[in-house]
Design a protein around this ligand. Structure first.
Ligand code: BGC
Length: 551
């Protein structure tokens, strides 16, 4: 697809911020975050430079999987507020230049969804074939997604004497997407939220959702969803959770030429290689992976991230590599989950070392694609390992050093989740203090966002890894017609020297270091050399004659 008006493609240069309303800001003092609280924090997000808020599920739910178990696709969980509050959030966000996207969880419903309640009441239920039933589970099954909780993907229903499919928990029966009535319902749900001003969806568990037994043409279906969204709104995006190898992910974009399925996908493979590189203090694993990452069609985009609300999955690493990362960042068993993941946030994994933490975020914002932050990352929140499994990283946002980290006025025992303690407690880590501290992580992330937004080549440009003599250093270049950015990152604690040999740069060209405004001149002869501190990072804009952008 040839794009002529690039300004429409807002997701190519967006800054996405994921939050769970329930743990973000409690305005009515009941201990549970709410939409009104979020509305009061939109200026904070705008100030940070966020351009797109991704709301984790806010629908009515028995909350057995943090809201990913939905009982009403058209509702708003009453603890969070009502539709009016949500519309206020969407409208105010738009007013501040931010779009709102929502989780679309249609691989499964809660087992308490009225469709499933009816479906399991009798084989004659009009909703029976909204779900996937079998007399016997298949002899060969893949390993369950949550192996500590489930030992099969099929659960026996005593009353109707058949098994139903559940790729996730048994209380999350899979919807039968092969049924056209289910597909119609999904379209209505999408249409409903878009009418309310939602700019698209983070689509949960896409391969599980579309690749179902007996469903012909899953990719035709994804294509039809994309074009439906496009008909409803030109700005609608589908940001897919597809944790598969790159060559398979390409199919979920619709292939190199078509570009007509998912608009964006998270880069799970690249994320895992970042951690391997950090663990080894060697940039090579990431450099090799990025070099092999498929270039995408023009409209599509990678969504880069360091952490999300789930476990930090290491499922795409080899057994030995995974162990290396566990040894470095999650040496205790309670820090690991499902034999494949880590239930920690980034700063504690990096032992709170500010140089290393900043290097990691500098890397995130300089990688080709669109960066995604999980709430609290901007202030360096830690996890609470007293909470079970993945919930350890879902503690309340830390706003102030006061009671409950300023999240809520309720009694601590009434909070939806306890606030993190110890070294990462609100007394040490909170947004208010950091807003007033020039040297804080929050202000550093704000600077990164500024530089990222000023460097549209990061979202749009051609990407090359520049070979380096020092394995600890990743040097990468991104350029488009308008500009060229060279980013340098040192994964090791020892200082390094970077050497750049770029044939098409004229001697005497000015090079500006964007994060600290230093200026250099490209030498008359030989390579351009730059010292990098241990865990150092630098963004260099190679200024072209006539380049009028801010540095
Ligand atoms: C979400 C998880 C959730 C699962 C089942 C995912 O991939 O990110 O948090 O448990 O889908 O809905």
């Amino acid at each position: 697809m040839r794009v002529t008006d690039t300004s429409d493609l807002w997701w190519k240069t967006a800054v996405v911020y994921c939050l769970d309303v329930e743990t973000y800001m409690d305005w009515n003092g009941d201990g549970c975050g709410d939409l009104e609280g979020l509305a009061h924090r939109l200026d904070y997000l705008a100030e940070l430079g966020v351009t797109c808020i991704w709301l984790m599920p806010f629908y009515p739910s028995p909350d057995r999987d943090d809201g990913y178990d939905i009982t009403d696709y058209y509702g708003v969980d009453a603890r969070l507020g009502h539709h009016g509050d949500l519309v206020e959030v969407i409208r105010t966000a738009k007013d501040r230049g931010m779009r709102v996207i929502a989780d679309l969880v249609v691989n499964h419903t809660s087992d308490q969804h009225p469709w499933f309640v009816s479906a399991r009441s009798s084989r004659e239920s009009p909703f029976r074939d909204f779900y996937v039933w079998a007399d016997e589970p298949p002899a060969k099954q893949p390993e369950p997604v949550f192996p500590d909780q489930e030992d099969s993907l099929w659960e026996y229903d005593k009353k109707t004497k058949q098994y139903y499919l559940h790729n996730f928990y048994k209380h999350q029966p899979d919807l039968n997407v092969a049924n056209p009535r289910v597909r119609e319902e999904i379209a209505k749900v999408i249409g409903f939220w878009m009418e309310l001003g939602i700019s698209g969806f983070r689509v949960d568990a896409v391969p599980f959702f579309i690749e179902q037994p007996g469903f012909e043409g899953p990719h035709d279906y994804l294509r039809s969803l994309r074009s439906y969204i496009g008909r409803r709104s030109g700005e609608g995006v589908l940001l897919g959770e597809v944790n598969l190898p790159y060559e398979d992910q390409l199919k979920y974009f619709g292939g190199l030429d078509a570009d007509d399925e998912l608009t964006m996908q998270f880069d799970f493979v690249g994320m895992q290689q970042i951690y391997l590189s950090l663990a080894r203090e060697d940039a090579t694993p990431l450099a090799d992976t990025l070099a092999a990452r498929p270039a995408l069609p023009e409209v599509a985009q990678w969504a880069n991230f360091l952490r999300n609300h789930d476990e930090l999955t290491l499922d795409k690493l080899t057994e030995d590599e995974r162990q290396e990362v566990f040894d470095a960042f999650a040496p205790e068993e309670r820090m690991q989950v499902y034999g494949r993941g880590i239930v920690r946030r980034l700063p504690p994994m990096l032992h709170g070392d500010p140089r290393r933490i900043r290097m990691a975020y500098s890397l995130l914002f300089s990688l080709p694609g669109t960066p995604v932050l999980f709430y609290g990352e901007e202030i360096g929140m830690g996890e609470n390992l007293d909470l079970p499994g993945r919930t350890s990283v879902r503690s309340p946002m830390q706003w102030t050093s006061g009671a409950n980290g300023g999240f809520s006025k309720a009694d601590p025992e009434d909070l939806v989740a306890p606030v993190t303690g110890d070294g990462f407690a609100p007394s040490h880590v909170n947004a208010s203090q950091q807003r007033h501290d020039e040297g804080s992580l929050l202000n550093f992330i704000r600077l990164l966002i500024q530089c990222y937004r000023n460097s549209p080549e990061i979202g749009w440009g051609r990407f090359t890894v520049l070979e380096q003599p020092d394995r600890a250093v990743l040097a990468h270049q991104i350029e488009n017609g308008q500009g060229r950015l060279v980013a340098l990152h040192n994964f090791a604690p020892e200082p390094a020297t970077v050497r750049l040999e770029l044939e098409d740069v004229e001697p005497g060209t000015v090079v500006t270091s964007l994060l600290d405004a230093d200026e250099y001149t490209w030498p008359e002869e030989g390579p351009f050399e730059q010292p990098l501190d241990g865990y150092g990072y630098r963004w260099l804009r190679v200024i072209r004659p006539g380049d009028q952008r801010l540095t």
